[in-house]
Write a protein of this length. Structure first.
Length: 269
């Protein structure tokens, strides 16, 4: 009996230890991966992306180290599902949302349910901060904004002194170190186009177009002329057909495209 009890305790301890062991998932250039996590949630990982997952008895934590991921979260009121990208934290219980960690900041898009976004760079308009609607930002996609009465005001997170903003289904928040731009309604089809191997650009600066293109292709797109970085691109392209975008850029009268074995170089004509 004592042996059986000891064996049971040892097995339980091993199970708890296994549950707490971090798990890392990663994709290479042009790869995508989908996996059902141990709690029943689904992780869809975009190209050149890495996540580290660690569960405990009180929360489920995912560190998005680079890239983009779409989460379909299994309901568990006792253990919130938290996605972290540096100083930004996205908290959900049961919902579907996309998180994109760019070099310039983090984009959070809610497809279903709602999430709370907390970040050191997020400050509410009520305290003189920089939470803005798309119309007041040069970097945001064109959209309409819900009346302020329908948009929950940011609140202070007591434990961290940071600000948490509630995002509802159909809303998107773009956070940089200095600004937070909310789009409502968001272009959900564009935000999740990567799951269908499509790249959607809507007045997107060329520098961001190059960053997106380079996640899917071994030959990297390099903008050598900094005056072209803010040049805006509109269009829908296949991520599996890199030459479609290159042909499009080659046709721009402002640009010269030079191809080598390892790079596609963009300069001004």
């Amino acid at each position: 009996m004592r042996f059986a009890l000891a064996a049971g305790i040892a097995a339980a301890s091993m199970l708890i230890a296994w549950w707490k062991i971090p798990t890392t998932y990663s994709t290479g250039t042009g790869e995508q991966h989908s996996v059902v996590l141990r709690d029943g949630s689904t992780l869809n990982l975009n190209s050149r992306s890495t996540v580290r997952i660690q569960y405990s008895s009180h929360e489920r934590v995912v560190d998005l180290l680079e890239g983009q991921a779409l989460f379909e979260v299994a309901q568990d009121a006792a253990r919130p599902f938290v996605v972290r990208t540096g100083s930004t934290q996205v908290r959900a219980i049961g919902t579907e949302f996309d998180v994109y960690r760019k070099t310039t900041g983090t984009v959070v898009t809610v497809l279903e349910g709602r999430v709370g976004v907390e970040s050191q760079g997020l400050r509410g308009s009520d305290n003189g901060g920089s939470l803005r609607s798309p119309q007041s930002s040069l970097n945001a996609v064109t959209s309409t904004t819900r009346p302020s009465a329908q948009t929950p005001a940011p609140k202070r997170a007591a434990a961290t002194g940071r600000t948490e903003l509630l995002l509802l289904a159909g809303e998107q928040l773009t956070i940089t170190p200095r600004t937070a731009v909310k789009s409502a309604p968001a272009n959900l089809a564009a935000a999740t186009a990567w799951t269908q191997r499509r790249l959607v650009f809507d007045s997107t600066p060329l520098s961001e177009v190059a960053e997106e293109f380079n996640r899917y292709n071994q030959r990297q797109l390099v903008v050598r002329d900094s005056t072209l970085n803010s040049f805006q691109i509109d269009g829908v392209f296949s991520s599996t057909d890199p030459m479609a975008l290159i042909r499009f850029l080659s046709d721009r009268p402002e640009m010269k495209v030079t191809e080598t074995d390892s790079e596609i170089i963009i300069t001004q004509k």
